[in-house]
Design a protein around this ligand. Sequence first.
Ligand SMILES: [Zn+2]
Length: 73
Amino acid sequence: MNKTPELLPCPFCGSTATLYHTNDNHHSPFVVCDGAIRTDGQPPCYVQIQPWRYKTDEEAIAAWNRRAKPASD
Ligand SMILES: [Zn+2]
């Protein structure tokens, strides 16, 4: 279980992203762009992978990374 893939930077603002889990019984993984909380005066970025759609950390991270890829593919 230590093969958790790395999260790619946010495709929209370039911030790092963080994997969270819901506080309910499902402990569902989701990914949120760290740009939601900005200290540099830039507009916040609310890109995220919604919770309850993926069962495992790997699935949520893979979904985020697919989204983070350039639109060229
Ligand atoms: Zn972002």
